[in-house]
Design a protein around this ligand. Structure first.
Ligand SMILES: [Zn+2]
Ligand SMILES: [Zn+2]
Length: 205
């Protein structure tokens, strides 16, 4: 148990820890081009529960949204998200497709919706689109995390707020400085795979 708690306390490093799980290992987290660090973003965590799809104890669990009429908060390993078996089993998606999925090809929408880990926001999450492609999800961000990105990341959130709220600049700046990755309000940061433009939005309850 102490190993589990210790690992959960340092999620960014967990992907490199091999001594976890009932058999001493955690399966490697597959590569997701639209969500490259699902452990860092909090959508995958260490787990010793048995996956309801493959029946294995993979050492990890997907903990983001599962949209399905057939299951409610199932235990599913990240491998069964990656290969599409979880989505097929439960006619599920891991992100809501409205309205962004209509702006990319069916293949891209399908990959993000059914073979890519989603993320949990305070409101209905939105996947962002740029250059006719789904963008890369970089994670939930607060002001401290945002400061570690190039200025374009903050500008993306500022632009989104300016459009959606019409607040004066000082109010927007104050709101951005109040963002928290694990509290409210929260920013959600994306980046275009093609032109590298940052994209993002914020929400709270
Ligand atoms: Zn599985
Ligand atoms: Zn772009």
């Amino acid at each position: 148990m102490s190993l589990l708690l210790g690992a959960a306390d340092s999620p960014h490093r967990f992907g490199h820890v091999s001594n976890f799980g009932h058999n001493g290992r955690m399966d490697a987290v597959p590569r997701f081009r639209y969500h490259p660090d699902p452990i860092g973003t909090g959508s995958v965590r260490p787990s010793n529960e048995r996956c309801e799809v493959c029946g294995r104890i993979s050492g990890n669990a997907y903990i983001g949204p599962v949209y399905s009429a057939m299951v409610d908060s199932p235990v599913v390993c990240i491998g069964c998200v990656a290969d599409g078996t979880a989505a097929a089993r439960w006619t599920a998606s891991f992100t809501d497709g409205h309205p962004w999925a209509a702006n990319v090809s069916e293949e891209i929408a399908d990959e993000v919706l059914t073979r890519t880990p989603g993320f949990s926001g305070w409101q209905q999450e939105q996947w962002m689109v740029h250059c006719d492609d789904a963008a890369i999800f970089l994670g939930p961000v607060g002001a401290p995390e945002l400061a570690r990105f190039p200025a374009g990341a903050t500008e993306a959130l500022r632009d989104d707020l300016a459009t959606s709220t019409r607040w004066p600049a000082a109010e927007i700046a104050g709101y951005i400085s109040s963002l928290q990755s694990d509290g409210m309000p929260t920013g959600y940061l994306f980046q275009c795979r093609h032109c590298e433009t940052f994209l993002g939005y914020t929400d709270s309850l």
